[in-house]
Design a binder for this molecule. Structure first.
Ligand code: PLP
Length: 387
């Protein structure tokens, strides 16, 4: 190998190809049912397809404004006002992004400097830590303890110091399917009062919440909203993860800094999709129907899993269900997930990938954002494992 190649130094030496890509490919190679990566296998609404096609035919095919089209930002402001009774200024406080991923990358990049600490809760969505690392920051991981994965706010308090630049919360939570309560949000609000800590509130599953629970958005808490970026994903909400369109909201001074980064990551995002969404989200039924739509899927899956040897704590939100296999095998979760994909033809995600130290708690994550036939077939396989 040339010395040039030998001398390359990786900015992310410990990071390899995401497990989501690996498991999805493995599912394909072994013809397995893929409940690993979080994406639906049912169609996007016909109306949305029609609206995007129409926008393309009408000529919305060039760059959109850097912040996103104003019609969509206004429609988001209206939606947030309907849902939470809080007003965001569409001109200065809302930006359309290339999925939630770009928003997360931009927010962290805009504020985290060399040596800064960012508190994350593990298991944690996998993009947070690499983005913190790229910017020279350090993730301070606080463990959510199985099986209920509740936040210990005293532990958070102990972790906060003068280096703490940001706290990242995620409710409903991927991968555990737990949600933060009003009390949790109030505890966080009290902890950050009189600090300079910025909150990144990842709320991509805000519309996938069950059992009549109310989503506790950071926008609802004054002491949080004044320092928070709220991140959302239309891909997650409207079964169109491939369209990679999301947004973030924050007070204008914070948003001003975010846009400096956003303009050099993507400048702007998919124009016809923005155009279509600005019409589609004006009908509240399109998002208000989602909790019951997904709860039916969770309930169908869990009912069909009765009698399996896996341990279950029902998901409270997101379209993920954790299943514990402690009474089935002593294999580590990565080996077990690989074996299930190859031998049993069912793909899942091992939870260890969501911990910085790859802790193995003998739990797998299954995505139930699938049609009923797929869920029943998957449950039939899972029920036979370990018997
Ligand atoms: C918690 C969480 N945040 C952010 C994202 C990224 O969303 P998007 O596909 O809109 O980039 C995901 C996707 O799985 C997620 O689970």
């Amino acid at each position: 190998m040339s010395s040039f190649i030998n001398n390359l130094s990786s900015k992310l030496p410990t990071i390899s190809t995401s497990i989501f890509a690996v498991m999805s490919q493995m599912a394909k190679d072994h013809n397995a049912i893929n409940l690993s990566q979080g994406f639906p296998n049912f169609p996007v609404s016909k109306q949305m397809i029609e609206l995007v096609s129409k926008a393309m035919r009408q000529g919305y095919n060039q760059y959109s404004p850097m912040q996103g089209i104003i019609e969509l930002r206004e429609a988001i402001a209206e939606k947030v006002s309907i849902l939470y009774g809080i007003n965001y200024n569409p001109e200065t406080e809302i930006t359309i992004t290339a999925g939630a991923t770009e928003a997360i990358y931009g927010i962290i990049s805009a504020f985290v400097n060399q040596g800064d600490e960012v508190i994350i809760f593990a298991p944690a969505y996998d993009s947070y830590d690499p983005t913190i690392q790229i910017n020279g920051g350090k993730s301070i991981e606080i463990e959510l303890k199985a099986p209920n994965f509740k936040v210990d706010w005293q532990e958070v308090k102990n972790a906060i110091n003068y280096k703490t630049k940001m706290i990242i919360i995620n409710t409903p939570h991927n991968p555990t399917g737990t949600i933060l309560s009003k009390k949790d949000m109030q505890s966080l609000e009290a902890l950050v009062q009189d600090t300079n800590i910025i909150i990144l509130s990842d709320e991509v599953y805000e519309h996938i919440i069950f059992d009549d629970q109310k989503h506790q958005s950071a926008v609802l808490y004054k002491g949080l909203a004044e320092r928070s970026f709220v991140v959302a994903s239309f891909g997650k909400t409207f079964h169109a993860t491939g369209w990679k369109t999301g947004y973030c909201m924050a007070p204008k001074e914070l948003m001003h800094e975010f846009r400096k980064i956003h303009q050099f990551i993507v400048f702007s995002t998919n124009h016809p999709v923005q155009k279509a969404l600005s019409t589609y989200i004006k009908n509240p039924e399109n998002y208000l129907s989602l909790p019951s739509f997904f709860q039916k899927k969770r309930d169908l899956f869990l009912e069909a899993l009765k009698g399996s040897k896996f341990s279950v704590v029902p998901s409270k939100g997101t379209y993920f269900q954790l299943l514990g296999y402690e009474s089935i095998s002593e294999e580590n979760d990565l080996d077990f997930a690989i074996r299930l994909t190859k031998e049993w033809k069912i793909a899942s995600i091992p939870i260890s990938v969501f911990y910085l130290n790859n802790m193995d708690i003998k739990v797998l994550r299954f995505c139930f954002s699938k049609n009923d036939e797929t869920l029943l077939k998957a449950a039939e396989i899972i029920n036979r494992i370990g018997k």
